[in-house]
Every structure is written in C-alpha cells, then in structure tokens.
Ligand binder design. Structure first.
Ligand SMILES: Cc1cc2nc3c(=O)[nH]c(=O)nc-3n(C[C@H](O)[C@H](O)[C@H](O)COP(=O)(O)OP(=O)(O)OC[C@H]3O[C@@H](n4cnc5c(N)ncnc54)[C@H](O)[C@@H]3O)c2cc1C
Length: 408
C-alpha cells in the first residue's frame, strides 16, 4: 500500500493548481454573483487539458485516470468553492466517459472531441417533478418512428447547464433518460439518449427551459426543461434500447466519486478560511484559536477531512481498477459502493464544516462580503439532491452490505 501520489500525479496537481490560481481563484466570487461562467473560461480549461481528462486521446482527451480527474476536481473546487466551475468540470469528467463507453462510433466522434476542445458541454437530464430518487418511474417518453428515429416528449424538473449549452460555440445537450415502453415495467423500459439542444452553432427545435433561482453554484443554471416533439436520430441512442437504466447508474457512480473530490476541495478551502480567521480574530483579549471549545472542533474536522479525502480517492481508484485496468475481482458494485460512500461523506463534511465556519466568523458571516456562505450552500446541493440525495447514498451502501433482498 502506498499513500503517495505518483510523480505524474504530483506534477499534474501542480499544473492544475497553477491554472486554477490564475484563472479561477481571482474570479469565482464574481462568477457566482453574476451567475455566468464565461465560455472563454471553459475554452481555457479545455486548452489546459481539463475537459477530457478521462477520454482517450483518439477523441481529443488526455487518456488520464479517474484518480487524476479527482485530483483536478479537488483543485478546481478549492480555487472556486462556489462549485459551479467544479460542477461543470465533474459532469464532463464522468458522463462523456459513459457516452464513450456505450455510444456508437459516429456519436462518439461527433461529440467527444468537441467537449474536450471546450466547444460543447453535456449534462445529465433525469429528474422529473414526481420524484428524482426513483429514476425507474420516469415518464418523459421517447417513441420510435417508422424511419427508425425517435421523438422525445416530456419535462425534466431539474436539469443543469441549459444556459451554458446555449452559449457554447458548437453546442451540446444532455445524457437523457427516457421511457421507451410500458411504465409499469419500470427500469426495464428505460433508454438513454444524447439529446442535443444546440448543434453546429444552431438551436434545435422543441427544447425550452426555465431556470430556477439558485442559492449557490450560480455560475450555471439548473432549469425545468421541456422537450416537445424533439426528433433524435438513431445514432443518439446510448447503449441498447430498454437497457438504459444500468448504464445511467454507471454514470451516476462515476460522477459521485468526482463529487467526493470536489467536496473535499470545497472543505479544504473552508478549513483554510477557518484557520486564518481563528488565529487572527481576538475576543476577550485572546485569539479564537486559543479557546479549546473551538480548536478541538477544528481538530475533529481536520481528522474528518483527511478521512473524506482518502475515501474520495479510493472511490476514484476503484473506478480506475474497474474501467481502465479491468482488474479481476473489482465489480461495478464496488464502483457504486465507493462512489456512494465518497459522496455521502464528503458532501456532508463540507456542509457541517461550512456551518461551523459560519458560526466562527460570527456576524461577519452573514454578509455577502464574506463568501463562506457560497461554499457552504454549494456543498449543500450535494446533500439534498444533485446526483442523488443523501438517503439514496445510504440505500446503495446498505444494499451492498446487507443484500438486495433486505434493502429495497
Ligand atoms: C442544484 C441541483 C442541481 C441538480 N441538477 C440536476 C441535473 O442536472 N439533472 C438531473 O436529472 N437532476 C438534477 N438535480 C436533481 C437531483 O438529482 C434530485 O434532487 C435528486 O435525485 C433527488 O430527487 P428529488 O429532489 O425529487 O427528491 P425526492 O426523490 O422527492 O426525495 C426527497 C427526500 O426523500 C429521501 N428519500 C427518497 N427516497 C427514499 C427512500 N427510499 N428511503 C429514504 N429516504 C428517501 C431523499 O433522500 C430526499 O431527502 C439537481 C438538484 C439540485 C439541488
């Protein structure tokens, strides 16, 4: 067992960190306040090799590992703890890999090099108004026409990225989970599509959206998105017809391991804010750091942060072992289990730590001039819902430990 990163990983972290210090750290508050990640920043990320980390070089990617993708996720979140840039990044580090794994060749060559080049982005469109956790109950339909193409109709209630897709030079869209048969058959009649809202610089007909007003991670929008008779060619089916549920779960598993690393980056930033403040701020003639009621709590958080960090890297390492090294004895269940544990642990830690850091800052934390609330609320998105709510992570973990027959 070796807890040291390899030389390549160390160099990679230094390079990403240098990029983030120049391009993200000075502007993350402004991005969050204005509610827009500029396309130029996305292009800069692509030029720095950050938008195709896990994609093979043949598709313009870096041919890197999920561990490297997690390293970059941690650094991006540390430099931009309101997380919108990190969220954009982690979605590109996970869902395009699934398109690469299960999409046809024509589709792969159309979209993946454009993502890696910063000309297109894709997101995930799954959640519907009647409940996001139960994906097997989705109603958004895809019906096959006589010529083999598909027509999509329905509404997704929380889909991130539409306004970003709209501004990308080439375009992009979503990995969309749709119903392609009898809803009573639940996960057995679900098919995955890549549905583009913009292609070749032009908006596709039939897709409209209305953004929610978000508390944090405001550089990108999460919207209600409608699909009205949207025509999709057969090449945009990802994987087999009616076999989309399991494939989609693979995407969520990968995304969750990245979310772990991103939340660790966010928590590291919160920790640094706390350390600096507790040393500097004097009350009753002494620095806050000298009160054990506070310093002991900080010590506990330091321990938890290290544990969370190890967990997040183990989740990424599991993905490497399953997808890249194809090791015997590592299964998809392992990737699911470690991804769920990483997301549950790391997002929860960032939120708990954020709440205490807010309290340690006293009244100052209540004003926008102190940006801690942005990091705290951004991490909260991963506790309440984004890419699976907390209890769903517990469900996955319990299922793996106790057995499916005991945990529904
Ligand atoms: C900022 C943000 C961005 C998002 N972006 C996207 C996106 O890009 N694409 C997308 O598809 N979705 C997106 N979502 C939606 C997200 O995936 C859902 O919020 C999530 O899946 C939970 O669904 P829900 O909100 O409908 O909650 P529900 O499914 O209604 O769950 C409500 C509560 O019940 C709990 N619960 C559910 N089932 C069980 C159970 N069996 N046992 C115990 N407790 C249970 C949950 O943990 C949760 O606390 C986003 C959400 C947020 C907040």
């Amino acid at each position: 067992m070796d807890f040291n990163p390899s030389d390549e990983e160390r160099v990679f972290r230094d390079q990403v960190s240098a990029f983030c210090s120049r391009k993200i750290a000075p502007r993350w508050v402004d991005i969050d306040e204005r509610g827009e990640i500029e396309p130029q920043l996305i292009k800069d990320m692509a030029d720095a090799g950050l938008l195709g980390v896990t994609l093979p070089e043949e598709y313009g990617g870096q041919g890197g590992t999920f561990t490297e993708a997690a390293i970059a996720g941690e650094e991006i979140a540390y430099s931009g703890p309101a997380l919108s840039i990190a969220v954009l990044y982690l979605i590109q580090a996970s869902w395009p890999y699934i398109v690469h794994r299960y999409g046809g060749e024509e589709l792969r060559y159309e979209i993946l090099p454009r993502i890696a080049a910063g000309e297109a982005v894709i997101g995930i469109s799954s959640t519907e108004a009647h409940g996001g956790s139960d994906i097997s109950s989705i109603l958004c339909r895809a019906d096959r026409l006589e010529d083999g193409s598909w027509v999509i109709n329905g509404e997704k209630s929380m889909t991130s990225l539409p306004s970003v897709v709209e501004k990308m030079p080439w375009g992009g869209g979503w990995f969309l989970i749709a119903r392609t048969g009898d809803p009573a058959l639940k996960h057995r009649t679900i098919t995955d599509f890549l549905v583009l809202m913009k292609r070749d610089g032009r908006l596709v007909e039939g897709i409209s959206y209305k953004p929610w007003t978000e508390f944090a991670r405001r550089g990108l929008d999460t919207s209600v998105i409608r699909f009205d008779n949207v025509r999709v060619e057969p090449k945009y089916v990802v994987g087999g017809v009616n076999s989309g549920f399991k494939i989609a779960m693979e995407g969520f598993n990968l995304a969750r391991s990245m979310i772990g690393a991103v939340c660790v980056g966010c928590a590291r930033w919160l920790m640094d804010q706390a350390v600096e403040w507790l040393r500097r701020r004097k009350v009753f003639g002494k620095p806050l750091a000298s009160y054990q009621g506070i310093s002991f709590k900080l010590a506990d958080y330091a321990k938890e942060l290290e544990a969370a960090r190890l967990l997040s890297y183990k989740a990424a390492w599991m993905a490497d072992r399953y997808y890249l090294r194809r090791e015997d004895g590592v299964s998809l269940s392992d990737v699911a289990l470690w991804g769920a544990m990483a997301k549950l642990k790391c997002a929860g830690l960032a939120v708990d730590l954020g709440e205490d850091v807010m309290k340690w800052f006293g009244g100052a934390s209540y004003f926008k001039e102190t940006p801690i609330f942005r990091a705290w609320l951004a991490a909260f998105s991963y506790v309440v819902g984004a890419e699976g709510a907390e209890n769903i992570m517990r469900l996955i973990i319990a299922r793996e430990i106790l057995g499916r027959e005991y945990v529904e």
